[in-house]
Design a protein around this ligand. Structure first.
Ligand code: GLV
Length: 313
C-alpha cells in the first residue's frame, strides 16, 4: 500500500512537493472521474487535504477505512463533519493565527470600500461619469460603531484596526470576554440596533446558521452596513437580498456567500455592495504559511510527533 494523500484543494502557491517523497498525492481537481479515483484508492488514502467549500462529509470519511488525518487549508472547519471524524478517531488540523491579519485587513478593506464608495468611484472615473457631476457622498468611519460578531482572533484583529479609524467597538458572541475593553451584547439584535457596521467574523456551521436574519437586518437599519468575512451561511441570503433591494440596509461588503462560487446575480447590478471572491487569506505570504502548516501537521502525525494546530471538538 502506497500511503496516499487525497487533496481536494491545491494549496497554491506551495503545492505538495514536500510531501511527495513519502506519499502519493491524488490531486482530485485533475482527475477526470473524481469519484472513481477515490473509490479505486480508498484503502491507500491516509490523509485528506481540504479547505473552505471542499466538503469532507461523513460519507467520504466512512468511505476511507485507513484515513488518519484531515489537514484543513483554512481556519474554519465547517466544511468537515467533525463528529464523524471524531467517531472514527480521525485527527483534524487547521490553519489558525497565520491568516488572522490578512483576514482582518480584508474586512477593513470591505468596510472602507463600501462606506467610501471606492469601487463605485473607480467605475465612475473609468466610464467618465465624473464629467456629468460628482459621485454621491459616502459615510464617515470616525465616531461610528462597529459591531463585531465573533470576537475571536480575527474579530479582535478587526477591532484593533477599527480603533485606529476612531471607531467604537462592540461585540456579540458565545461569551463575554472580560479582559477586553469593548461592550458585549448577549443579543445580536440589540447590537445590530446600536451599530453602524455589522461585521461578521464568527465561525460558520449550525450554531451560527442564518443568525443574521430579517429581524437583525431591520435592526441594523437604513444607515447600517453589513460586512461578512466569516461564512455565507451566517446570513439568511434571501432576507439579505430583500433588505438590500428595499434599502432597509445601506449596503454590504462581502467576501463569502452561501453557495460559493455561485453568487446571487441580483447583487451584480447593485452599486451599494462590494463583492470579493473569498480572498480573506489570499496573499502569497499567508497562503504559503498555511500550506506549510498543513504539511507540518501531516508530517508530524505520521512521525508520531505533536501536531502544530489540532482542532479540538
Ligand atoms: C477561510 O475562509 C478560512 O476559514 O481560512
Amino acid at each position: 500500500m502506497a500511503k496516499t494523500i487525497l487533496a481536494l484543494t491545491s494549496m497554491y502557491p506551495l503545492g505538495f512537493e514536500n510531501l511527495e517523497p513519502d506519499f502519493e498525492i491524488i490531486r482530485l481537481w485533475k482527475e477526470k472521474d473524481p469519484e472513481a479515483a477515490i473509490h479505486e484508492r480508498r484503502n491507500d488514502i491516509v490523509a485528506v487535504v481540504a479547505t473552505a467549500g471542499r466538503a469532507v462529509s461523513r460519507k467520504l470519511i466512512e468511505a476511507l477505512p485507513n484515513l488518519e488525518i484531515i489537514g484543513n487549508f483554512a481556519v474554519g472547519t465547517d466544511n468537515i463533519d467533525l463528529v464523524a471524524a471524531q467517531e472514527r478517531g480521525v485527527i483534524v488540523t487547521n490553519t489558525p493565527d497565520v491568516l488572522t491579519a490578512d483576514t482582518a485587513d480584508t474586512a477593513i478593506a470591505l468596510l472602507l470600500s463600501v462606506a467610501r464608495r471606492v469601487v463605485e468611484g473607480d467605475a465612475y472615473v473609468r466610464i467618465a461619469k465624473w464629467l456629468n457631476g460628482p459621485l454621491p457622498l459616502g459615510a464617515s468611519l470616525g465616531g461610528k460603531t462597529v459591531g463585531i460578531v465573533g470576537l475571536g482572533r480575527i474579530g479582535q484583529a478587526i477591532a484593533k484596526r477599527a480603533v485606529a479609524f476612531d471607531m467604537d467597538i462592540v461585540y456579540h458572541g458565545r461569551s463575554e470576554k472580560e479582559d477586553l475593553p469593548y461592550r458585549f451584547y448577549p443579543q445580536l439584535i440589540d447590537m445590530a440596533k446600536d451599530c453602524d457596521f455589522l461585521v461578521l467574523s464568527c465561525a460558520g456551521g449550525e450554531d451560527t446558521k442564518h443568525i443574521v436574519n430579517s429581524a437583525v437586518l431591520e435592526a441594523l437599519g437604513a444607515d447600517g452596513y453589513l460586512i461578512n468575512v466569516a461564512r455565507g451561511s451566517v446570513v439568511d441570503e434571501e432576507a439579505f437580498l430583500i433588505a438590500l433591494r428595499n434599502k432597509t440596509i445601506a449596503g454590504a461588503g462581502l467576501d463569502v456567500y452561501e453557495n460559493e462560487p455561485h453568487v446571487p446575480e441580483a447583487l451584480f447590478s447593485m452599486d451599494n455592495v462590494v463583492l470579493l471572491p473569498h480572498i480573506g487569506s489570499a496573499t502569497v505570504e499567508t497562503r504559503s504559511r498555511m500550506g506549510h502548516l498543513v504539511i507540518d501537521n501531516i508530517q508530524a502525525h505520521f512521525k508520531g510527533e505533536p501536531l502544530k494546530t489540532p482542532v479540538t471538538a
